[in-house]
Design a binder for this molecule. Sequence first.
Ligand code: ATP
Length: 200
Amino acid sequence: MKFKRLEISGFKSFSERSVLDFRDGITAIVGPNGCGKSNISDAIRWVMGEQRAKDLRGASMADVIFAGTQRRSPAQMAEVKLKLESDSFPYPYSEFHEVEVIRRLTMNGVSEYRINGAASRLKDVRGLFMDSGVGTRAMSIIEQGKIHQIVTSRPEDRRGVIEEAAGINKFKESKKEALAKLEDVNNNLLRVQDVTQEVE
Ligand code: ATP
């Protein structure tokens, strides 16, 4: 999966619509301290469905909306669009060669995701990236301090990092869903047994 284009508006320091086209090869973003380089990787992580404000260096999710400056008024909405290219998008996007994901958050807390223009759920966005190697928790985005954090983390946390890199999270999610269903079925079975015993 390749990133083709990123459009950011009203997100963190990007008050105006800014567009980054990613060409083949390596893209480097350079600039003075505080100019917004990390905000670009935050925007990428956000559009991929990041839910933890702390991991986006904010106290609450509303902190991603451009807060205004002396000259510019605050934005009413943060919007990030990410265009992706792949020959093997997962179902139900497998027929596409390009997919565009949009995430929006308004000042009054309305949040939405769109995939190829259609209103989508966070689950759909996560499904699109799962096991592609570029999910929010994948090791394709290494923030400042991350290496130190991994090296000094508890063994069970480090195991999580290795599991993510090995691409087994999809199966762990499916297992969790299957176990939850199994528990529902067991509960229903118990109820049926109770009713049968009463009838007998
Ligand atoms: P460094 O090289 O020091 O790591 P950087 O280029 O990565 O810096 P960022 O951390 O991406 O810079 O950007 C920091 C800037 O973004 C700060 O000036 C901060 O005020 C601004 N910023 C962050 N959130 C918002 C927001 N919601 N509204 C307006 N500006 C914001």
